[in-house]
Design a protein around this ligand. Structure first.
Ligand code: ATP
Length: 446
């Protein structure tokens, strides 16, 4: 009988499963925490790494027209002056005169009243979101620097370096993944809005005027990426920004939004930045960040399309979409139905028991498997409990070694996470068999 499955994902369930199984822990927990800051545990770090690898493969390594970069978090303060962030990277902050709590005005339903005690709020003031610090031992204004609030500027200021060191021709892109910092007025919803987060961004440079078609192209590419990695397309939507909410650099932005456990929120922004950044940095630095077009013999600033993904929000979206509670004939099981290419563990190797007859064979099988797939060896507790544990962390396949394996048939059992069906395979055929199983679950890596 097919198990009946019912999704009842809530944020508290995700937070508690994440902590229990080692996906995400509250940061500085032993000191009482530090507001909405999180650490990724042993499984969370693998999940996040797999998401970044899948993004990098799709945006950089599987394409001819995009190259990668890894720029510094701290750059010259002049970068942020030229980019406009020093002046206008702000959110409207309001304060309650009674309880002294601060809120982001545009996130309040009633912008005049305190949501906690109903008092009349003060007038909004623009609050700059960039974190300030000092470079070197002297804490004066000459040494003040900012932590980057987006990775994009590191790409623009290296435009000439990349052009000179590669043979890239328009249209082409430069991509990078890295930490960004925003001193958000309010944080929350687990890893959705934090002050330190990771972004995967790509600046795609095109001939002026060709931005519309590339904008649509990248929206479609990015939507496909989420869907291929298992996100239910009915949980995604594209929302075009109103003129009033456009960022200072944008000629048009569309967000890919996702149905998070508490409601719809932004997962990725795709912006048309025109030549705003290259032109501003050229003017400010005196280095002309232009492209020489050999076909026309002219130089110009390319225009830019930018898909900007929050890696932490992606992790949250993948977790919340994969979370499943299922009623089986015997009991209820909780599982993460992760796509095999992002599952933290792809294969679990489980000897039926710790019996010394089984261990050498099980270890041998494990060593062979771990050289090809992210794998885990688990021999604690009953086999049923181990299957449940692997379901809960989203492991697509379990390989079980039993007495028949060592005493007669030299075969093992492969169990599928989603169907719970089991099949027997000879150890000598195991690697190609596993590849077939993973492919049938959607993997494009085998
Ligand atoms: P929001 O409107 O939610 O504040 P944004 O429009 O300012 O986000 P962008 O500047 O477009 O965000 O950044 C690109 C992506 O970076 C976002 O789609 C989001 O996934 C991620 N991101 C931005 N701010 C945060 C944050 N404080 N915490 C986690 N991820 C973030």
């Amino acid at each position: 009988m097919e198990p009946s499955s019912e999704k009842k994902v809530t944020l508290p369930k995700l937070v508690s499963l994440s902590k229990r199984r080692g996906f995400v822990f509250p940061a500085s927990e032993i000191y009482g925490g530090i507001g909405s800051t999180w650490d990724y545990g042993p499984l969370g770090v693998e999940l996040k790494r797999n998401i970044k690898d899948a993004w990098w493969r799709s945006v950089v390594t599987q394409r001819d027209d995009v190259v990668g970069l890894d720029s510094a978090i701290i750059q010259s303060p002049r970068v942020w002056e030229a980019s406009g962030h020093a002046e206008v990277f702000t959110d409207p902050l309001v304060e309650c005169p009674e309880c002294r709590k601060r809120f982001r005005a545009d996130h309040l339903e009633d912008q005049l009243r305190c949501p906690d005690d109903g008092s009349t709020l003060g007038d909004p003031r623009q609050f700059n979101l960039m974190f300030k610090t000092f470079s070197g031992p002297v804490e004066d204004s000459a040494n003040q620097v900012w932590l980057r609030p987006e990775t994009a500027q590191g790409i623009f200021i290296n435009f000439e370096n990349v052009l000179n060191s590669t043979r890239m021709k328009l249209p082409f892109g430069i991509a990078q993944i890295g930490k960004s910092f925003r001193n958000e007025i309010t944080t929350g919803n687990f890893i959705f809005r934090t002050r330190e987060f990771e972004q995967a961004e790509m600046e795609f440079f095109v001939k002026p005027g060709q931005d519309e078609e590339w904008f649509n192209y990248w929206i479609n590419q990015r939507m496909d990426w989420f869907i291929k990695l298992g996100i239910d397309s009915s949980h995604l939507r594209i929302r075009k920004h109103e003129d009033a909410e456009l960022s200072h650099y944008s000629r048009g932005t569309s967000d890919i939004e996702f149905d998070f456990p508490w409601g719809v929120g932004e997962l990725e922004g795709i912006a048309r930045r025109s030549d705003f950044d290259l032109a501003s940095h050229s003017q400010s630095s005196g280095t002309k960040l232009e492209y020489f077009d050999q076909d026309t013999g002219t130089s110009y600033y390319p225009w830019v399309i930018e898909p900007a993904l929050g890696v932490d929000r992606a992790a949250l979206a993948f977790m919340s979409d994969a979370y499943t509670e299922e009623n089986t004939e015997k009991d209820q099981r909780v599982l993460f139905k992760f796509h095999p290419d992002i599952a933290p563990v792809q294969i679990a190797v489980l000897p039926l028991s710790r019996n010394e007859k089984l261990v050498p064979t099980a270890r041998g099988v494990f060593n062979e498997i771990r050289s090809v797939f992210p794998a885990q060896y688990d021999d604690a507790q009953s086999i049923g409990r181990r299957y449940r544990r692997q379901d809960e962390i989203g492991t697509p396949l379990c390989i079980t070694i039993d007495f028949e394996t060592v005493e007669s048939d030299k075969a093992v059992t492969i169990r599928n996470r989603d169907t719970m069906q089991q099949s027997r395979t000879l150890i000598k055929d195991l690697i190609p068999e596993i590849k077939d199983h993973l492919s049938s679950m959607g993997s494009t890596r085998c």
